[in-house]
Design a protein around this ligand. Structure first.
Ligand code: NDP
Ligand SMILES: O=C(O)C1=N[C@H](C(=O)O)C[C@H](O)C1
Length: 260
């Protein structure tokens, strides 16, 4: 069955990469594409009579699954569009708060929703390895998550850094909120035993680098992932959208798609 994918944030970096990935993939077509009202790309042709519009609801009604790579502020209207059309939804947007996650959870009682900070196979495999290492190594091993992204990225730490830190915290058997040390600065910044530190670098065109460092006296282990381009994320998003098509209401992750 061909899956019709509606692309939200179609004029953005990921939106454009996803349009290309859908065109290059079998078993999927573009159901429609939306951008925020007033965006310069509104009306841009996607081939035939299809153009980028300002109405996510119209896109949802012509799609089997929506793919949202926009901003946290757009989440509510994107969820409403999906709920109104009973359309499945893949959410790749990062920078989400607890309140956003609660709204997503509620929506997933009525429609299939997949939320993930990273659609790549490598990062999701890395998270599994990080959890295992964090569980096996005691607190003599300090855990630090370091990420680097392009100069345009607005949120920090990256959603993926948080996902990896969550995996480490799970391995250590404690909630991340009780272990995380974010944005150290100033004279009283010494790490606590058992803390999970996080640091963010920004610059140039880096698609997405993540290192999880396990540092002990005299030795250091680094579990690392580097995305070479956005194509990786776009291909993963299309794979997730195809997988989610026709699934019952519920909240899914990339682990479900990849069978990890
Ligand atoms: N899960 C994953 O694997 C990945 C997640 N991401 C995440 O995806 C998100 C988008 O990243 P990226 O494409 O680089 O960012 P961009 O800023 O390039 O794209 C976001 C697009 O969404 C548009 N937008 C803003 N508000 C709305 C709205 N209300 N409705 C529809 N569109 C809207 C923006 O318009 P304007 O620019 O005019 O504001 C922009 O065109 C980020 O949160 C990023 O962290 C990125 C890569 C991989
Ligand atoms: O904004 C980006 O570019 C990326 N965002 C995601 C994140 O915040 O983890 C995923 C990827 O690293 C690229």
């Amino acid at each position: 069955m061909t899956s019709r994918i509606g692309i939200l944030g179609a004029g953005g970096r990921m939106g454009r990469a996803i349009i290309e990935a859908v065109r290059a993939s079998d078993g999927v077509t573009i159901g429609g594409a939306a951008e925020r009202p007033g965006h310069p790309c509104l009306g841009e042709s996607l081939g035939g009579t299809m153009t980028i519009c300002g109405n996510p609801s119209a896109v949802a009604h012509n799609s089997d699954v929506l793919v949202d790579f926009t901003t946290p502020d757009a989440l509510k209207s994107n969820l409403d569009a999906a709920l109104g059309a009973k359309c499945a939804l893949v959410i790749g947007t990062t920078g989400l708060t607890g309140a956003h996650l609660e709204t997503i959870d509620q929506a997933s009682r009525d429609i299939a929703v997949l939320q993930t900070a990273n659609t790549s196979l490598g990062v999701n495999m890395l998270a599994a390895l990080v959890m295992k290492a964090a569980a096996a190594l005691d607190t003599d091993w300090d855990i630090e998550v370091v990420e680097m992204h392009h100069r345009h990225k607005v949120d920090a730490p990256s959603g993926t850094a948080l996902l990896l830190a969550e995996a480490a915290a799970k391995g250590r058997g404690s909630p991340l909120a009780s272990l995380a040390e974010r944005g150290r600065d100033g004279p009283d910044s010494q790490r606590r035993t058992g803390a999970i530190g996080m640091a963010s670098l920004r610059g140039g065109s880096v698609a997405g680098d993540h290192d999880v460092i396990f540092a002990a006296e005299g030795e250091r282990m680094v579990l690392s992932h580097k995305a070479e381009s956005r194509e990786t994320f776009a291909r993963g998003a299309v794979r997730a959208a195809r997988w989610l098509t026709g699934k019952p209401a519920g909240l899914y992750t990339m682990k479900d798609v990849l069978g990890l």
